[in-house]
Design a protein around this ligand. Sequence first.
Ligand code: 9MG
Length: 274
Amino acid sequence: MNCRGKTLTFGTQTHVMGILNVTPDSFSDGGRYLDVQQAITHAETMVTEGATLIDIGGESSRPGASPVSVDEELARVVPVIRGLADAVDVLISVDTSKAKVAKHALEAGAHIVNDITALCGDPEMATVVAEMKAGVVLMHMKGTPRTMQQAPEYDDVVTEICSWLKEKTQNAEAQGIAAERIIVDPGIGFGKTTKHNLDILKRLSEFRELKKPLLVGTSRKSFIGNVLEVPITARVEGTAATVCWAIAHGADIVRVHDVKANVRAAQMTDALCR
Ligand code: 9MG
C-alpha cells in the first residue's frame, strides 16, 4: 500500500500501530508547547519499541465523550504531526472524522486517515482522502460514540459487519479512493457488547473475504476488563492475548497503547503463523 509516498507491506509482518492521544486528559497542564514536545517524545519511544504506524487523535471516541470543535482539534493534532513527520520515519495516521482536520493533518505530514465513521461523518472526507492519495481506515460503528453502547443488537454480528464494510469500501472506491489504499476494521467496542466483541474475534478470519488489510483495535478495551475483571491499568496481558489471537486469524495491523509488550507478542505470533 502506498500512501503519500510511504509504503506499507502486508503479509510478511504484523504492523503495530501505536496510539497517541492528544486530548487534555492525556496531557499535563504544562501548556501547548510542552504538550507537543511530550507527545512527540512519546511517539518516538513507541517507534523505538517497534511501532510502524502512529495514530494521532485529538478527539476522544470513548462512549459519552464530548465533541470537539474543528479549530480545537486542529490545534491539538497539527503541530504534533508536523513535528513527528520530521522526527520519525514511520507512517502517521490521523484519527479524525472531520474533513478539514484530515486535510490539514495530511498537509502537515500524515499518510492515512483513521475515520471511525467510515467516511459517513463528513460529506467532504472521501474527496479529501481521494485527492490527497491518502490511505484510509474504514471502521464499523453502530450508532455514534454518544449512543453506541445503548443495548446494541445484531442478528449475526459478523455477517452484518462484513456486509456493512463491503458496502463502505465500494462507496469509497466509487468516490475515487484507490482500492489498494483502503484498510477495514470491525470496530471492536464501538456499539458492541462483550459477547459481540468476543464473537467478532472468534470469527475474525471471515473478514478476510473483504480482501483488504485488516486492522483490529482491542487495546485496554472494556470487554477485556469484563472478562478478566480488572481495571484499565491492568489490561496489558489481556490485550496481548487478543493481539496474538487476532494475528493468527488474519489481522494485518493491531492498534495498541502498550507498544513494547505487544510488539514482542506480535513478533512471536508472526514467527508461528506467517
Ligand atoms: C480511534 N479508535 C479507537 N478504537 C479504535 C479501533 O478499534 N479502530 C480504529 N480504527 N480506531 C479506533
